[in-house]
Design a protein around this ligand. Structure first.
Ligand code: C2E
Ligand code: MG
Ligand code: MG
Ligand code: MG
Length: 285
């Protein structure tokens, strides 16, 4: 089923109002972690040139007993504070790889799976080993896995980040920089980490694209990606106008409600089949 984003916001706002409900939220979140009572949804990423599916982003969901969802923008920072983001992040990685392998086994043409990684996972020295182990246990091809890191990951501990980038390149997984341009950027890391693959233009910049107006930052990010030999993907693309603008300015891929909201695994498989021109009849579910 499709998500209801209005309900997500309404619920979390009231929950965060006072310290009391904040404590209650932490307590039920702790229970959810104990049982890994989370879900993952997948949002398509399409090529801007022919609208074909190139990848999906795995997004974490936490469903409440009443059927509403609390936004990861609220509970992921809590997981970080509770010191359990490493464990949950690894679960997301494993579930995504398992799902990706299942799609391949069903005969669905391959596409990348992007998984979000928080700074605390990146700085854990076991991370490269755990990625390798997850890939080998799930039999998911490393070249189809993409990790979404944020700028703050790179800045907090540049030498640790550099080591990790080398390890990731050796494993053969891709790296994308999420929410690009919204963090405490130091552009120096872009030249230093030449093994990156993609810059994700944040929705905040995409939102500024409207009739007859240039979005200077969007243009600059696309140019920067080009000169660094990276792909550029725009997040939060909601209308045709933004799509046209991004196409005219040389952006490579788009993700957003215009293409699709995040989907369940079953819906995603159906979407992948409908969006593949070369194999239209593969794995009809
Ligand atoms: P993000 O990684 O930047 O993910 C993109 C967010 O934009 C997602 O929100 C997605 O549902 C939303 N989005 C995509 N297209 C559109 C659109 O056209 N319009 C609008 N209004 N929104 C759109 P979501 O799923 O609520 O996730 C929020 C943030 O939570 C993510 O931002 C990411 O930073 C974090 N997050 C989600 N899953 C994980 C996870 O497994 N691990 C970690 N560490 N963080 C996660
Ligand atoms: Mg992301
Ligand atoms: Mg993002
Ligand atoms: Mg964002």
């Amino acid at each position: 089923t499709h998500e209801n984003n209005t309900r997500i916001t309404a619920f979390s706002d009231t929950m965060m109002e006072d310290a009391d409900s904040h404590e209650r939220l932490r307590a039920i979140l702790k229970l959810a972690v104990d049982q890994m009572a989370f879900e993952i949804v997948y949002q398509p990423q399409n090529s801007i040139h022919d609208n074909s599916l190139v990848g999906v982003e795995a997004l974490l969901r936490w469903k409440q007993d009443d059927g509403t969802y609390i936004s990861p923008a609220i509970f992921v920072p809590l997981l970080e504070k509770m010191g359990v983001i490493y464990e949950v992040g690894l679960w997301v990685l494993r579930e995504s790889c398992l799902q990706g392998k299942q799609w391949l086994d069903e005969g669905i043409p391959p596409f990348n799976i992007a998984v979000n990684v928080s700074a605390m996972q990146l700085l854990n020295e076991n991370f490269p080993r755990d990625i390798l182990e997850t890939l080998s246990k799930t039999h998911f091809p490393p070249q189809l896995l993409e990790l979404e890191l944020t700028e703050s990951c790179m800045i907090e501990d540049p030498s640790a980040a550099e080591d990790l980038m080398c390890d990731l390149a050796a494993i053969g997984v891709k790296v994308a920089i999420d929410d690009f341009g919204t963090g405490y950027s130091s552009l120096a890391y872009l030249e230093r980490f030449s093994t990156m693959d993609k810059l994700k233009i944040d929705k905040a910049f995409v939102d500024m694209i409207c009739t007859g107006k240039e979005s200077a930052i969007t243009n600059a990010i696309i140019s920067m990606a080009k000169s660094l030999n990276l792909k550029a993907i725009a997040e939060g693309v909601e209308n045709e106008e933004q799509l046209l603008y991004l196409k005219q300015h040389g952006c490579d891929q788009i993700q957003g409600y215009l293409i699709s909201k995040p989907l369940s695994a079953v819906e995603m498989a159906r979407f992948a089949c409908l969006n593949n021109k070369e194999h239209p009849k593969v794995a009809v579910i």
